[in-house]
Design a protein around this ligand. Sequence first.
Ligand code: NDP
Ligand code: OXD
Length: 310
Amino acid sequence: MTLNALFAARLDRWDHYKDVLPKAFKAAGVEVHLALDIAPEEVDYIIYAPNSELQDFTPFTRLKAVLNLWAGVEKITGNTTLKAPLTRMVDFGLQQGMVEWVTGHTLRHHLGMDAHIINPTHAWQPATPPLSRDRRVTVLGIGELGMACAEALSGLGFDVAGWSRTPKTHDKITCFSGTSGLSDALAHGQICILLLPSTPETENLLNAETLALMPKGSFIINPGRGPLIDDDALLAALDTGQIAHATLDVFRVEPLPVAHPFWAHPQVTVTPHIAAETRAETCAEVVAENIRRNEAGEPLLHLVDRAAGY
Ligand code: NDP
Ligand code: OXD
């Protein structure tokens, strides 16, 4: 029997997916008709991006699952019209993209590259950066993406700590967890990377009080989500030098409004939510495998815990 999969992401993404997904379905041995327009009562799966216009799932009466193309699910976990299981994207492309972006920005701050790249007076400034083993890095959120980044940075020699909701152990990463572990995690890192999901528990995690727990002159790198940081508290901490620089990829409002003080602040780098992009070539296999599994009665991969919010 042919299954119907509705593609509900931004229209400009269709060209990237329209050939790649059918190839992956074939390789997985599932017969799926993929389209942009299918009568709701005939849809078995929705391949979804949270910025799609589709927000009311009520008419999809035979829906078996929503397969989210993004890792972040904060825009959909609270949608009460969605009764079917929800999965999120975990794949090689997102992971590798994030590792490369995070490593690049970490090395920029670790090596003090700006002093040489932006040097209008041509000053000769031979300051030797510390070796990576003498630089402490903290990754807040050591899930699929955070742990991949923590391991890559540890592989480069950095002294890495991570923080998660549930306790973890790792032979190379110092692991902290829960509310009681947060202050130790924050005190560890001179470079702090945020790879937490946006949930009610993580909102404003970095605020005036927690920013003060970080070593003086720390760097913040946020490819997680904008609401993790209290913007005003960060600006105040940048102005006192408590935080030396913030590299921000995600914001409460995106695109970041032109009048937002982050744009003009000399110690803030803004990137336009490009840390890691879902790529059709790497995610199609995961989407197809999930349909295969569900049809075979096997558990779906990367199921979202909607109560936890991620
Ligand atoms: P995961 O769900 O795999 O990992 C989330 C991590 O955060 C886990 O370690 C989890 O703990 C931890 N966490 C969640 N809530 C809390 C809490 N209250 N206290 C402490 N730790 C907590 O997600 P991913 O790694 O796949 O993705 C992380 C985020 O990255 C996404 O939610 C998204 O917002 C962002 N992202 C940004 C992109 C970009 O381009 N900027 C691209 C892709 C993702 P535990 O392990 O115990 O569950
Ligand atoms: C995601 C993202 O969540 O792109 O996948 O931010």
